[in-house]
Design a binder for this molecule. Structure first.
Ligand SMILES: N[C@@H](CCC(=O)N[C@@H](CS)C(=O)NCC(=O)O)C(=O)O
Length: 203
């Protein structure tokens, strides 16, 4: 059992819920909704004691320890499951995609979606939108090139690399990204959604 401090609409939080559903780890959800986020409820002293960065998701373990950072939570929960390979090279490839997601994908695809769908573009930052869109498309191009040649991102099997990157890719259209340009990505999204234990973001 873990307790997940989260926001339902966040792909970073959904990643953790999806992995828990796939591996059968029971989850207690503590929701900080969009209004709580807008009101800065992740920046209270109580929340900052769980995550000094003041962001969700944060996993609260049974022994009372807290683990922030979505992809670190995935790696923790996937240890000794088929979703984090034992093989040294395959495991490094999973890490490669987790790092890539946080550096080259999430800051563009997730942020454009958040601005367009939930928050609006912050005042004074309008000029960032086309740059973030272009970088989001660059990330989708990387996925399309990769998935045109293989079924899953690492070692031809479903891993936490797929879960991490699925989370915001499958809702990229909400940010206005033209997903019809990416047939191999679309086929991979369908493969991921067909995996045992899959749950949608709004479950
Ligand atoms: N690198 C972090 C990013 C977490 C993140 O950006 N969380 C957002 C929601 S998706 C948040 O808590 N925003 C509220 C804030 O920054 O105050 C992760 O992957 O967990």
């Amino acid at each position: 059992m873990i307790t997940l401090h989260e926001t339902a609409l966040s792909g970073n939080c959904y990643k953790v819920r999806l992995l828990c559903a796939v591996i059968g780890v029971p989850l207690r959800r503590v929701e900080l909704d969009i209004d709580a986020l807008k009101a800065g409820k992740t920046h209270t002293d109580e929340f900052l004691a769980m995550n000094p960065e003041g962001r969700v998701p944060v996993a609260e373990l049974d022994d009372g320890r807290f683990l922030p950072e979505s992809n670190a939570i995935l790696a923790y929960l996937a240890e000794r499951t088929p979703y984090l390979p034992e093989d040294r090279f395959d495991r490094a490839q999973v890490l490669r995609w987790l790092f890539w997601e946080q550096y080259s994908h999430e800051p563009y695809i997730a942020v454009v979606r958040a601005w367009r769908t939930y928050f609006g573009i912050p005042a004074g930052r309008e000029s960032e939108l086309p740059i973030r869109e272009a970088r989001g498309y660059a990330a989708l191009d990387v996925l399309e090139r990769t998935l045109a040649r293989q079924q899953f991102l690492v070692a031809e099997r479903y891993t936490i690399a797929d879960i991490a990157i699925y989370a915001y890719t499958h809702v990229a259209h909400e940010g206005g990204f033209a997903m019809e340009r990416y047939p191999a990505v679309a086929a991979w999204l369908a493969r991921v959604a067909a995996q045992p234990g899959h749950v949608p973001i709004d479950a």
